[in-house]
Design a protein around this ligand. Sequence first.
Ligand code: ATP
Ligand code: MG
Length: 608
Amino acid sequence: MTAATHSTLFPRVPDSADAVLEGLDPEQRAVATALHGPVCVLAGAGTGKTRAITHRIAYGVRAGMLQPASVLAVTFTNRAAGEMRGRLRQLGAAGVQARTFHSAALRQLQYFWPKAVGGAMPRIVDRKIQLVADAAAACRIRLDRNELRDAAAEIEWSKVTRTVPSDYAAATAKHGREAPRDPAEIAQIYAMYEELKRERAVIDFEDVLLLTVGILQDRQDIAEQVRSQYQHFVVDEYQDVSPLQQRLLELWLGDRDDLCVVGDASQTIYSFTGATPDHLLDFRHRHPGATVVKLVRDYRSTPQVVHLANGLLSQARGRAADHRLELISQRPPGPEPRYTEYTDEPAEAEGAARRIRDLVAAGVPAGEIAILFRTNSQSETYEQALADAGVPYQLRGAERFFDRPEVRKAGAALRAAARFGGNDTLLEDAVDLPSQVRAVLSGEGWTGEPPAGSGAVRERWESLAALVNLAHDFAAARPDATLGDLVAELDERANAQHAPTVQGVTLASLHSAKGLEWDVVFLVGVAEGMVPITYARTDEQIEEERRLLYVGVTRAREQLSVSWALSRAPGGRPSRRPSRFLDGLRPGSTARAVEPGRSPSRKRLGRR
Ligand code: ATP
Ligand code: MG
């Protein structure tokens, strides 16, 4: 581990509120110091939005202007929430609630259920698809697996857009949404689905938000209790907020306006689930007194990566695109993005794995490399290729690290060893903290070398290796630390859900890569049919796919590799072509003329 890694894992806590502002540029500072009233930050990828709001909270807390417990920071994923809590802790502002809309709502619902409804909260249904299947069967409508998935998606969309079954047909028409079947049938299944849930006394994921909204709307006393707890709200990735989440936010706020939202309309990638950048883009109209800040300096990526990102955006159409901001890289130049064509998918995966192996051998930490793909089903090929190349990888998001069974067991073992101290024979030969940890974790299955192959054994090993690395970093930052200190640190991190970085290549979908960054990013499968995905048909859907690629490109700090395969399996017909979004941007291609109002792929896709 390098000194740089130590300082990022265990940085010095700024010694004053003003010190928190160091390391922000003037616009970011404007965000951080605007502690009251509505604030809206509109800015492109990598411009420091998340950093600005994190520092804003820390500055407010450190300056004594915000009570930690009165701040609710809403992020898009549990992982992002965990990261934010970790960063706040490093800035000396622990104790702030950072959650997703869903987890914040769930917590409130569980707390207020006995008072608002009485009894215990219903169970959250774990297999929604089965419930949709039962509903369809009860309506005597036959659906295959794909249709079931589509129907479930329509029900979800209806709920987050607050559309009741009887309005479904009209709502799809109004939103130009193509219903997967006769809208009357979907509406019927939706109504039956709701009835079955009631009968079985279960609720679904969307109900958590709907019911919380319902309670806050109906019960003034409860709404007031929530409002007296939370006085300041911060929302990251606001471009992807759904109407239902927006409603919840409004209820939390009441008639107050201490709300700070940040987002990038060009990164709207969840509109298929009912999210819309309109709330972000209309913020100033709804809050005429708002402080609006634009950030254009891109601190994340090299000029080469930024050039491609700007190129992608310049071809974008639609409302989000009208608000695009040209990014200006602040980093020294790096290599040009690489474009590689392969004959088939396994060859593509092998090619990526080989290059990654070379990068790791050349000293790039595996944790600084990511492979991003459009659909989760692409993951497996890459897992195999990485395992074959002997490269460690991680699939799971870091937020659940401390929930993993092997991590819990390892924690218990470390705690026991710390309690018995030097009396433990296991620790007799271990002179320093890292070797003590290695000795204890050897009993849990940790080995100096990773086990062969992929799968569960490998994942368990990666978790233990992450703990060993953490012990190294901790000992380097605090040379006199004992095993007991480390156990305390682990407990604190588990509480803050601040997982150590597992040293492995990240495999993630483009959707789940939102907000994250790596030194080296491999965008794989960038072919027609994948990006844009076959089922993106309307112009809006195609534009969302383009934004998804933009999100992927802007995850890279230094090196970006874009690849595609001409056929799926070895020996297959080479019928694929690279994504249209790269036309005019990758070497050797020409810009494609866009026919207004018509998606160029529609005819071809129809034949599939
Ligand atoms: P995204 O749109 O992808 O969510 P973002 O706008 O939230 O991006 P951040 O993740 O906050 O951007 O920042 C991108 C990177 O730039 C981070 O590594 C961050 O630490 C760094 N960064 C941001 N602002 C500054 C700054 N003023 N000085 C140095 N580094 C910065
Ligand atoms: Mg961000």
